[in-house]
Design a protein around this ligand. Structure first.
Ligand code: SAM
Length: 285
């Protein structure tokens, strides 16, 4: 029996006396097609890799990952799911469950300890209450992962892949563009989960850069410039940035922008990552 069979998934939960918990963002997948497509995504070029999964739930995606990849390490915060996972994953000898919080996991240490020089990717149906902070933690690992495939709310996915000068474009778009080339793979409707979430989901694949796509003297300053640029969305860049720093007046910032070839009243939401890198090198915040 498959965990994507809704009556079997319910029977497994009943046997272990558990129900999906809202506080842990538990929406379990019940579509064979969706689970297989998510599991296939990290291995598109090469299945000869290790996988870290965040939030295995009752093990539905974990089973599909174990069937495809050399080794799977899954981190689950809800300890009541551990006996369920022991049961549903008993036939797989290449899966290790770690009881813990992905927001506190030292991923570099985990890769060192568990994957023995193997190339590693992340694949997860993320709990939606921590989507953005988890994505930032996974990206800020300096090329530790080959790729990161996650299912998230469609609305967040649309922001991650947005082009400059669109309503969805913002801090998270420009910041994540520093770490990865992000593609939307497919959308998933609420009917594919128990319980169904309130919103449509999307699977994205973040192809992690080996080298940052822009040269920039001070990475922290670049991220300050990006955050500052979107702090006051409907204002000009000089207005928004000067509100975020005591280092420069609005007039000084305008002079720097003009010296770089931008209009003094340029707006942050029209600029791409390479523009922010140029501005960051000329302006310490
Ligand atoms: N992978 C399963 C599936 O696709 O059916 C479950 C996905 S469910 C959306 C999210 C899972 O993440 C749940 O099992 C939940 O308990 C777990 N989780 C929530 N917060 C977590 C955290 N901080 N660290 C690790 N796991 C977490």
């Amino acid at each position: 029996m498959k965990l994507t069979d809704i009556s079997y998934a319910r029977a497994v939960m009943e046997k272990h006396g558990i129900a999906p918990q809202k506080r842990f963002g538990q929406n379990f997948l019940i579509s064979e097609n969706v689970v297989s497509r998510i599991a296939d995504t990290p291995g598109r070029e090469d299945f000869d890799i290790g996988i870290i999964e965040i939030g295995p739930g009752i093990g539905t995606l974990t089973q599909k990952l174990a069937e495809r990849y050399k080794k799977v390490v899954s981190i689950e915060i809800d300890t009541t799911l551990l006996p369920v996972l022991e049961d549903t994953l008993s036939e797989y000898d290449n899966v290790k469950i770690i009881s813990g919080d992905a927001m506190k996991t030292d991923f570099a240490e985990l890769v060192r300890a568990e994957f023995d020089g193997m190339r590693v990717a992340v694949c997860a149906n993320l709990p939606y209450y921590i989507t953005s902070p988890v994505i930032m933690r996974l990206l800020e690992t300096d090329g530790l992962f080959e790729s990161v495939t996650v299912m998230i709310q469609k609305e967040v996915a649309d922001r991650l892949v947005a082009a400059p000068a669109t309503a969805e474009y913002g801090t998270i778009t420009a910041s994540c563009a520093y770490w990865a080339d992000i593609e939307k793979v497919f959308n998933v409707s609420p009917a594919n989960f128990i319980p169904p979430p309130k919103v449509t989901s999307s699977v994205i694949r973040m192809n992690i850069y080996k080298e940052p796509p822009v040269a920039c003297e001070n990475r922290e300053n670049l991220f300050r410039v990006i955050r500052g640029a979107f702090a006051k969305r409907r204002k000009t860049l000089s207005n928004s940035l000067s509100g975020e720093t005591n280092q420069h007046t609005k007039a000084e910032i305008e002079a720097v922008l003009v010296s770089l070839g931008y209009r003094a009243d340029v707006r942050g939401e029209t600029l791409g990552l390479s523009d922010f890198a140029k501005i960051s090198d000329a302006l310490d915040l």
